[in-house]
Design a protein around this ligand. Structure first.
Ligand code: FE2
Length: 273
């Protein structure tokens, strides 16, 4: 069992061989869900790919006992954890289904999110489109960013950027997120497009992005970014963001009021020229 309490700030242990998670006594029961390979098939480059039946486990509304009323009730913030098996699905690296967040209010910017990697390695692929509900024939991709992250990194998903998590290491990936509890994610168009505008595949032993030919409009060149600390938003590499939020929940107001924090959020997504 790996003890993750130092990196995530909650008493959690994880067995990378069995994917079993054990929550310490101080944690209130989260809401559990799984994502199966069958559900992910429409989003894959190789839709006939073989793989384990269950690809990832989600634990939503994960709180230490006594924190829920303040963080969820008063600040409308939800903390979740997800655990992913590593490996390939056909030529493609294991990944999540990918989704968009809606705007906070009509005509406004979308809800952002922040992930923290607590075990393993990930690449977050983010894309902004002109209409996140449009199908592959109409949708125009305006920007695509790939950001690699490892243990301790805080990865901000800026407003209006749909995101998919790709599991790049040989080890399972464990990550947590803080996000507003006031919206539901949108998955439909990503499924119709068979994933995002790029697939991360392995070629000659190395990872390589290739275009998703389902998108018929021109797609801009992929940009690369690295995650950067933003102490003004409570995001510091060596500090678990669960504890940062519990101590200063107002620092995480960017998740519900993104228009006031756009510059700070982009400070956390350091584009590599
Ligand atoms: Fe999200």
């Amino acid at each position: 069992m790996e003890d993750l309490s130092a990196i995530c700030g909650l008493p959690i242990k994880f067995d990378p061989d069995t994917m079993q998670v054990s929550f310490g006594k101080g944690i209130a029961d989260p809401l559990c869900g799984t994502r199966e390979l069958e559900a992910l098939r429409p989003l894959l480059l190789d839709q006939e790919a073989e793989g384990p039946e269950c690809l990832y486990w989600m634990y939503r509304y994960l709180f230490a006992k006594g924190d829920r009323d303040l963080l969820l009730g008063k600040h409308r913030l939800r903390y979740d954890m997800s655990c992913f098996v590593p490996g390939m699905l056909g030529r493609e690296y294991m990944k999540t289904s990918g989704h968009y967040h809606p705007p906070v209010f009509e005509g406004g910017i979308g809800y952002p999110e922040v992930y923290e990697v607590i075990y393993g390695e990930a690449v977050f692929l983010m894309q902004r489109v002109d209409d996140y509900q449009a199908g592959p024939g109409e949708v125009k991709v305006l920007d695509v960013i790939a950001m690699a992250a490892g243990p301790g990194d805080k990865a901000i998903m800026p407003p209006d950027y749909g995101h998919v998590t790709i599991i790049t290491g040989d080890e399972p990936l464990m990550m947590v997120n803080w996000v507003s509890d006031d919206f539901s994610s949108f998955y439909g168009s990503t499924e119709a497009c068979h994933g995002f505008a790029h697939y991360l595949i392995e070629e000659d032993g190395s990872p390589k992005f290739i275009p998703n030919e389902t998108y018929t409009q021109d797609v801009p060149e992929l940009r690369y970014a690295v995650p950067k600390e933003v102490p003004e938003l409570g995001l510091v590499k060596d500090e678990p963001m669960y504890l940062a939020c519990r101590e200063n929940p107002h620092l995480f107001a960017f998740l519900n009021r993104p228009w006031d924090f756009e510059e700070l959020m982009w400070a956390g997504v350091c584009i590599q020229e």
